[in-house]
Design a protein around this ligand. Structure first.
Ligand SMILES: Nc1ncnc2c1ncn2[C@@H]1O[C@H](COP(=O)(O)OP(=O)(O)OP(=O)(O)O)[C@@H](O)[C@H]1O
Length: 630
């Protein structure tokens, strides 16, 4: 067993996270994320993707068509002007049919304009629908993937940063989609203009490119810088979110107020956010300065071309219609290329962000079911055997537990005792395979725990941790989380509540089982610490697993409640195996056997009477607590 490599490098990240990509080549390399991104868009909705592409293609060709019709109109007007207006009489002209061609052209251009507007709106609608669908699908994928990861992954700050960036990407990536499609559309439009321009004056295109390259490189550079800043500041941004949450959440308000912490929190927020603002401002300023310069270069290019076209029109090489067509084409080409280049560098910039999303999806859990897993033994015959088990938290110097050798016998109630940090909770986490040991192994009925089906294993172990979750759900659901498949089984929920004495708590709630708990949502009612614990303990009964583990969930119960809860627990868990962690000896002494942990190792094992008689550490701790009551 073991073999878990802690610390850096296990997912190409960890504490030795590579610096954000800086070089031009790396930025281009980020474009490799675009095809998988497009593939996931395609999978989100084929019909919407197809619709968007087709509509955009049509829309892309409209500008050049409109412009060409415009040129024809100008030429026609010029021709009509040459022919001259007899008496300036419009009705005579209309009847004579001389204006028919012009009217047709005007009508055509009008139709094109209306079509362009309508298509633009439909495209925007399709994109926003597709964007929302994509965001939803990806959020669900993120949640599903996060659910598959190990507990250890969640305790890793780097992973939290990455998850944070990935989450932010999802919200913003809808725009990447429209941007990519817009890019494709612009390329088609650009090509259509370029063909027109190339027919008349190919050298104009070269002039255009020269004027635009600096702007492109500038954009590219600053996008990468923004990303780098964003990347480096992820921990601070998370801290900002955290500070805001601590300062503004209902559950913390009590303590924050009585400690008078708000000025401290606000000040810290101010300092951090200002530092971030300054970093962003530097980039914004530089970007604006250089951007202004590059745009001016582009404008110079445009007017040079304009002058040349005008001169050649005067010389008679071009018609007036050609002049309008060429100069407008040139101007539109310039704007288009600019948008395209800027867009391209933005796409490359956004593709960098996709790295976070995709690399988050690449993280693989290490605690898995084997290929041919064993089902959980029912009934359990021997129980769990710890053979020289040792475990060290990632990046920790100290072993949390080591050289653990003991048996948790089927059908017994075992209590774990020990001072804070002795390793009690760690032992429970190993038992339910939230972690795998780094040394030694754990057997269940003679077979290594790793041979069992992971889901089945967890399903058959009901653990209530000391920091159990207070779900902001209604009372019934708060108990039903113990076995969420049985959420509709009201009788089972009520039964679990009765056993844990949560029924008395719920009876006092205005809406009973339908009462929303916690203060997060409207109409929610908060409970006392002990009341919450009774609800949490009901989850263990709801789960009805052959192995029950209560990790100090009774600490906030009053003496009478705790006594009753444990009396019932013993009665009700007859035939079941149970592990109880408690600092109260009144509870501990009810266990069949007691293990005393000290600094991650087993110090003593025995019944209450045996341990007291032995006069060791247990007897000392027991005496300390008993003395307090005399
Ligand atoms: N997620 C974690 N990452 C790193 N170290 C941890 C983590 N959880 C616990 N530890 C360390 O492992 C040791 C054992 O912790 P554990 O939670 O098992 O103690 P415990 O006996 O349950 O304590 P308590 O009575 O305070 O609940 C402690 O030294 C603790 O600091």
């Amino acid at each position: 067993m073991g073999g878990r490599t802690h610390g850096g490098g296990r997912r190409g990240g960890g504490p030795h996270e590579p610096p954000p990509p800086q070089s031009l080549r790396e930025r281009f390399a980020a474009l490799r994320n675009v095809p998988p991104f497009l593939a996931s868009i395609w999978q989100t909705s084929r019909s919407l993707t197809l619709a968007s592409v087709a509509l955009r293609l049509l829309r892309a060709l409209l500008p050049v068509a409109t412009l060409y019709v415009g040129k024809l109109i100008v030429d026609e007007v010029v021709r009509l002007v040459r022919v001259g207006v007899p008496h300036g009489d419009l009705s005579a002209w209309l009847h004579g049919g001389e204006l028919a061609h012009l009217a047709l052209l005007l009508g055509l251009e009008f139709a094109l304009a209306v079509l362009a507007d309508l298509l633009g709106r439909v495209v925007a609608m399709v994109d926003s629908l597709l964007g929302e669908l994509y965001a939803n699908t990806t959020s669900i994928r993120l949640m599903e993937h996060a659910a598959s990861l190990d507990l250890e992954d969640f305790e890793d700050a780097d992973l939290q940063d990455q998850l944070d960036r990935a989450r932010r990407q999802v919200a913003g990536r809808g725009s990447l989609l429209s941007q990519l499609l817009q890019q494709a559309q612009d390329i088609v439009t650009l090509l259509s203009f370029a063909v027109g321009l190339a027919v008349y004056a190919p050298w104009l295109i070269a002039l255009l490119a020269v004027a635009l390259v600096p702007a492109f490189l500038g954009e590219f550079h600053f996008n990468a810088q923004s990303y780098a800043v964003n990347y480096q500041w992820t921990p601070e941004r998370r801290e900002l979110d955290y500070l805001r949450m601590v300062g503004a959440s209902a559950s913390n308000a009590k303590e924050v107020k009585s400690f008078g912490l708000n000025p401290f929190l606000i000040d810290r927020y101010r300092v951090l956010s200002q530092a971030m603002y300054r970093a962003n401002r530097v980039i914004a300023l530089r970007r604006a300065g250089w951007g202004g310069l590059f745009t001016t270069i582009g404008t110079i290019g445009y007017y040079a071309a304009y002058a040349i076209i005008a001169w050649r029109t005067v010389r008679g090489d071009f018609s007036i219609g050609d002049l309008t067509f060429l100069s407008t084409s040139f101007r539109r080409l310039r704007t288009l290329m600019e948008t395209l280049l800027v867009g391209f560098s933005q796409v490359a910039g956004q593709a960098l962000y996709l790295d976070d999303l995709f690399s988050f999806f690449r993280i693989q859990p290490e605690i898995l079911s084997p290929p041919n897993p064993r089902p959980f033994p029912r009934p359990m015959r021997e129980g769990f055997v710890f053979e020289d088990v040792g475990f060290r938290y990632p990046d920790a110097e100290r072993w949390a537990v080591r050289h653990l050798n003991f048996t948790l016998r089927a059908g017994e109630v075992l209590a774990l005792v020990g001072e804070n940090g002795a390793g009690k909770t760690t032992l429970v986490k190993l038992l339910s395979r939230l972690y795998d040991p780094d040394e030694g192994r754990i057997l269940l009925d003679g077979h290594p725990l790793t041979e069992y089906d992971l889901e089945d294993l967890r399903l058959n172990i009901g653990v209530i941790f000391q920091d159990f979750v207070r779900y902001y759900f209604n009372a019934a659901d708060n108990i039903a989380v113990g076995r969420i498949e049985a959420r509709e089984d009201r009788a089972r929920i009520a039964d679990a509540a009765r056993r844990s004495m949560a029924d008395e708590v719920i009876a006092r709630l205005p809406k009973g089982y339908a009462q929303m708990l916690g203060k997060l949502f409207k109409g929610g009612v908060d409970l006392s610490g002990g009341e919450w614990q009774k609800i949490a303990i009901a989850r263990a009964y709801m789960r009805d697993a052959p192995l029950l583990v209560l990790d100090e969930p009774t600490a906030a119960l009053d003496a009478r409640s705790e006594y009753e809860v444990f009396q019932r627990f013993k009665e009700l868990s007859a035939g079941k195996t149970a592990v109880i962690i408690s600092h109260r000896f009144s509870t501990v002494r009810m266990a069949d056997r007691i293990i005393v942990l000290q600094h991650g190792a087993i110090e003593e094992v025995g019944t209450h009477e045996q341990l007291v008689a032995a006069g060791g550490h247990y007897a000392e701790l027991f005496e300390l607590q008993a003395a307090g009551y005399r």
